[in-house]
Design a protein around this ligand. Structure first.
Ligand SMILES: [Zn+2]
Length: 467
């Protein structure tokens, strides 16, 4: 049986133990990207946090089936197609590819399913038809709308009074002809020059909210465990997903909802107009290491806003460097003796327990990272004393494996490259012995160009990878 996980459920506004419908198996839906542009670091805060959630569930012993949708038909995509005279494929495919490249760069573990909206039009129409048959919709000027008044539970997730729901509603320019400002579109009637599909309600295209309901229920069932997204998705997107799904099936849609807070830049909302807007690619171009970006995005408790600053990124970089330094030291400095340092082992074991406890407490990442860097400190101190016997090294290595399974911040090891570097260092040492300093400098420069930094110490030359 998995270890218990406590999570904050937006629906109940309480921290609760996560109890999946099928014991030991969490079905998880995560709202995915709309592919008309590169995802920005605010989007990646959510995706990296969802990766943390997924990996923490697995560490606790759950099996996870995760779905992340790819929204490849939506108002902004239509606009891009029209503005730049592109086909749907031309407008979206480059950003689908970029999205998968970016999540690999940030070491976000792949979900089990990445359904695309345009492959699920049939499922969307089935939900829309079921809603119509149950009298929860009306047609107006070629579009099909969900009638909020006909659904009792509307507003439960966002806890909004009707009045607030009214004033907060996003009124799309093309959602004309609604009876009530809160009503939302399920199927948008065709307009000249727009991509469309045939339907029982006439030619048209799906509304964004309907896309998520259809893809969630297709892969996870009509009722499933956990749905996540950004806080800005709570209303109206998730509220509308609940109304459509429960309206169509008559069953509870999702038991637990989790929402991640915003990312700010230098304390301000990120906006292109403010010049503080960054995609992942912008940060990589400035020379920042993916692992440091990952740590920065991971490192703040998800229910509080994350303030992105370049000082924060520099700090994350040095923390990742500390992990690398410890790994390098362990490799370089041989174990002094066999056996165990019992006191050291006990302390490391307690750190691992602390790490697991912290993640199980609504993903308390600060305490979890405290346990990791506490372990790193212990290891350096033991090495400084020259007292880390081989048994305790194994204990340390298995602790680092536990941390790595969730945080994934360790350097990639490349045995082939390591050998090549070692060989070049030997050549350089030979050149230095022969006082051929031109050759020795050339080898150092070659290594530097390849991201390998050398340091000459009294014990010999040591090397490390630039982050
Ligand atoms: Zn969604």
């Amino acid at each position: 049986m998995p270890a218990p996980m406590q999570i904050y459920n937006t629906l109940s506004r309480r921290v609760e133990e996560l109890e999946p419908l099928e014991p030991g198996h969490v079905r998880l839906y995560t709202c995915g990207p709309t592919v008309y542009d590169y995802a920005h670091i605010g989007n990646f805060r959510a995706y990296v946090w969802e990766d943390l959630l997924r990996r923490a569930l697995k560490l606790a012993g759950f099996r996870v089936t995760q779905v992340m949708n790819i929204t490849d038909i939506e108002d902004k995509i239509i606009k891009k197609m029209n503005d730049e005279n592109l086909t749907l494929e031309q407008a979206t495919q480059p950003y689908v590819d970029a999205f998968f490249e970016d999540i690999d760069t940030l070491r976000i573990e792949r979900a089990e399913h990445y359904p695309r909206a345009t492959d699920h039009i049939r499922e969307m129409l089935q939900i829309a038809s079921a809603l119509r048959d149950r009298g929860l919709t009306y047609e107006s000027q070629g579009s099909l709308y969900f009638k909020i008044d006909s659904f009792d539970g509307y507003g439960r997730l966002s806890n909004l009074e009707n009045r607030e729901v009214m004033s907060g509603a996003r009124v799309d320019s093309d959602e004309y002809g609604k009876d009530d400002a809160r009503d939302f579109v399920l199927w948008k009637g065709h307009r000249e020059g727009e991509v469309s599909w045939p339907s029982p309600f006439g030619e048209g295209r799906p509304g964004w909210h309907l896309e998520c309901s259809a893809m969630a229920m297709k892969y996870l069932g009509e009722s499933f465990d956990l749905h996540t997204g950004g806080v800005d998705n709570i209303f109206p997107h998730h509220e509308n997903e609940i109304a459509q799904s429960e309206g169509a099936t008559g069953k509870p849609f999702v038991r637990y909802w989790m929402h991640v807070a915003h990312l700010m830049v230098d304390g301000e909302k990120m906006a292109k107009s403010k010049g503080n807007f960054y995609t992942l690619r912008d940060l990589l171009e400035r020379g920042h290491a993916p692992r440091a970006i990952r740590l920065l995005l991971l490192g703040t408790y998800y229910r509080g806003s994350l303030n992105f600053t370049f000082e924060g990124l520099a700090k994350a970089t040095s923390e990742v460097q500390r992990l690398d330094d410890m790994a390098a030291r362990l490799e370089r400095e041989p174990a002094g003796s066999d056996g165990h340092d019992e006191a050291f082992d006990a302390r490391i074991e307690e750190r691992v327990a602390e790490f697991k406890r912290a993640l199980a407490a609504d993903l308390n990442i600060s305490s979890a990272l405290g346990a990791v860097f506490g372990t790193v400190r212990e290891a350096h101190q033991a090495l400084d004393r020259g007292e880390l016997p081989s048994g305790s090294r194994e204990q340390l290595a298995s602790a680092m494996d536990v941390f790595q399974s969730v945080l994934d911040l360790a350097a990639e090891t490349d045995a082939g490259l390591d050998e090549e570097v070692e060989a070049l260092i030997e050549q350089r040492n030979a050149a230095r012995k022969a006082k051929n300093f031109a050759e020795s400098d050339r080898i150092r420069a070659e290594l530097t160009a390849r991201g390998i930094l050398l340091e000459d110490t009294p014990q010999g030359t040591v090397w490390k990878r630039k982050l």
